[in-house]
Design a protein around this ligand. Structure first.
Ligand code: SF4
Length: 389
């Protein structure tokens, strides 16, 4: 690093160590390729160990994408289908319940439910899915419907966001995933998905979810047409909402996969950019407890490495992931429990299974499928300790 960069980086390091907030300019500076990734990563790792000790979290989960038919045409999406396209599918109740059964047999604690906004399916169809799954498999936490879907339900029902969320919660919705955030800044969002839930709607839906006691996750889709400014602007908008509500559990930076999308001429982000984004997210989002390295999108090796660059969570074993595999993700369809634990251990971290709302999962050693959620994991970080202790 040349002298000017070193001075500026030292200022940032001092701020981080003094637990002062980083600014938009600080964040943009950290994206400058003249700032060595190793330096950014070391600082982010320091914060990660302060917040989450030496733990690496994972869960045992499955995905459910009940339809890929979608009224929208987001340019980055390889998953969607037109109504009459042979690629289009819609799952029926029997198929949906079979997924619940399979999840139970595999010891899953969570079902992650997202999909397309089908032209002909009413809100009741989406609601019914939550209701029947929860009735048949009440132990499985249903993390379902992004803010984009909730916005669509609001449009369909002509009811308020609060009404929709309370109604879904009453039939078994446990929390919400963080998808649909993409990039908030209109310079970018209007190029990617001008019709679906706008930034204000996305943030307001999460605010309302937090107000009625639903925890949510938050994401950012990067590596397409955005610049460093747009990424940091995005993180700051999330940080502001988190100051207000405290309802985000984890931030998940999502690396864009260009294959089979309308942006297929864009080169996929490098592992170095992925690690830098994980590290900068850790540094900017001082009020979000967890940073997830989503192995499906990053690739297993980069996700594992990210455990030393600010991330403390690898997501889960995952079954039936379609959205990113349709966009060319070459990662496996799922990871075995031994494999995901092995990845975390090999990275020098203590693997700990969590549930969706970050409580430790305790399993019966004689019957893997018999599990219960225990204490919040926040109590663990200090117990497990930092590296070097
Ligand atoms: S990203 Fe979601 S909303 Fe956009 S086209 Fe794909 S399925 Fe539809």
């Amino acid at each position: 690093m040349n002298h000017d960069y070193e001075t500026r980086f030292r200022e940032i390091r001092n701020k981080v160590e003094a637990q002062q907030r980083l600014t938009l300019d600080d964040g943009i500076f950290l994206y400058d390729p003249n700032v060595p990734l190793q330096a950014v990563g070391e600082l982010a790792n320091w914060v990660r160990e302060q917040k989450n000790g030496n733990v690496g979290y994972y869960n045992i989960n499955t995905h459910l994408n009940p339809t890929n038919v979608c009224v929208y045409r987001c340019r980055f999406c390889a998953f969607r289908s037109d109504l009459r396209d042979p690629k289009g599918y819609v799952m029926n109740d029997e198929q949906i319940l079979a997924r619940g059964r399979e999840a139970t047999e595999n010891g899953c604690t969570e079902m992650h439910i997202v999909g397309g906004l089908h032209h002909q399916k009413t809100y009741e169809w989406y609601r019914n899915m939550i209701e029947i799954l929860h009735r048949e498999y009440p132990k499985i936490h249903l993390k379902g419907w992004t803010a984009v879907e909730i916005n669509w339900f609001e449009f369909q029902t002509k009811k308020s966001v609060r009404w929709v969320l309370e109604d879904l919660k009453s039939v078994g919705l446990g929390s919400m995933p963080g998808g649909g955030a993409e990039i908030f800044h209109p310079e970018v969002r209007d190029q990617l998905c001008e019709h679906k839930a706008n930034t204000h709607a996305w943030l307001d839906i999460h605010r309302t979810a937090h107000q009625i006691g639903l925890k949510t996750n938050c994401t950012m889709l990067y590596g397409h047409v955005e610049k460093a400014f747009h990424r940091i602007d995005h993180l700051l908008r999330l940080r502001d909402l988190q100051d207000e509500t405290g309802g985000f559990q984890v931030f998940i930076p999502l690396a864009f996969h260009p294959e089979n999308t309308k942006l297929s001429d864009i080169k996929k982000s490098s592992a170095l950019m992925d690690l830098r984004t994980i590290a900068i997210s850790r540094l900017m989002l001082d009020n979000v407890q967890h940073i997830k390295a989503y192995w499906i999108m990053l690739g297993v090796e980069t996700a594992q490495t990210a455990l030393a660059y600010g991330a403390d969570d690898l997501d889960g074993t995952v079954r039936h992931e379609l959205i990113y595999h349709d966009a060319g993700a070459t990662t496996p369809e799922f990871l075995s429990i031994d494999k995901i634990r092995g990845l975390i251990s090999e990275a020098g971290r203590e693997p700990i299974e969590r549930d969706t709302i970050y409580r430790r999962v305790h399993r019966d050693p004689d019957d893997f499928k018999n599990w219960k959620s225990g204490e919040p994991v926040s109590s663990l970080a200090s117990a497990v300790g930092s590296v070097g202790q």
